[in-house]
Design a protein around this ligand. Structure first.
Ligand code: FE2
Ligand code: FE2
Length: 269
């Protein structure tokens, strides 16, 4: 690892060290984007990463271990979201400066979510790495993505389905009498509305710039990219999606893809 990459949060294996590298890293990235800030094939981890599909038994949210496990899963998501924001920041150096500033803020917001999850996890008496971690979010993007692809995949698919999941999780947690956990999920879900809205706003902006009809482009692009996306079966929540800048046509396109995934699942059984 070169000295430059020691500053780059994507390469740093230790999660707390990664967090410490922000936000100075982002300033450095701005200055040294050509040489220093390369994107690795997989982000640094100092614990084993498992393939999907081996998640094992989980305890319910009424049990402290089930609550800690949820925090661990959330931490893994927040970590990848932070890295993906950082990665887009590095890979799209020619995007408008306002976009880049907002992307840098988004990376910082994810780092706060991650810190919150790790701190609460430790309060439950568990360490990061107690359960397996995955890279399914990171693996959804590719070096070949256009900026529109990336905005769709990260903010308008992954984060948007996270938002649907957050809303339904809050409903479940309402019966679990775990105010500390509920507070974390509530804060993250509220702030994720802004992350998805960031994606919607800029997606629609870049479509206008390229003289594309955003509704039509979203439906088409979602369909093309769907082969590389992890399948999400969470019920789409139109209200929260609309708060996050989705048009009615875009909500419909998201619902149709979910239907398609459900059909595929049914016919594969
Ligand atoms: Fe987040
Ligand atoms: Fe986010």
């Amino acid at each position: 690892m070169s000295h430059a990459n020691e500053l780059n949060c994507l390469w740093i294996p230790n999660v707390r060290e990664k967090l410490k590298s922000l936000p100075f890293n982002i300033e450095e990235a701005w200055k040294n984007k050509n040489e220093a800030f390369q994107v690795p094939d997989a982000p640094g981890r100092d614990l084993p990463v498992l393939e999907r599909g081996r998640r094992g038994e989980r305890r319910g949210f009424s049990h402290p271990e089930g609550q800690a496990r949820l925090l661990h899963d959330l931490a893994s998501i927040e970590l990848q979201a932070m890295e993906l924001a950082y990665r887009s920041f590095v890979e799209f150096p020619n995007a408008p400066s306002e976009f880049r500033e907002q992307m840098a803020e988004l990376a910082l917001s994810e780092s706060e979510h991650l810190t919150l999850c790790l701190d609460r996890l430790e309060e439950y008496g568990f360490q990061w790495g107690h359960w397996p971690v995955y890279l399914s979010l990171w693996n959804s993007v590719s070096r070949e993505d256009s900026l529109l692809d990336r905005l769709l995949i990260v903010h308008r698919y992954l984060e948007a389905s996270g938002l649907d999941a957050g809303v339904s999780l809050l409903r479940k947690l309402a019966q679990s009498h775990s105010p500390a956990l509920t507070q974390v999920v509530k804060k993250i879900t509220e702030e994720e509305v802004d992350h998805v809205a960031f994606g919607s706003r800029w997606y629609q902006f870049f479509c206008r710039e390229q003289r594309l009809d955003a509704d039509h482009d979203f439906k088409q692009r979602l369909s093309v990219l769907s082969v590389q996306l992890p399948k999400r079966f969470e019920v789409i929540d139109p209200q929260v999606r609309q708060r996050a800048g989705f048009t009615e046509a875009e909500v419909k396109a998201a619902q149709e893809l979910r239907e398609q995934f459900l059909q595929e699942k049914k016919s594969s059984i």
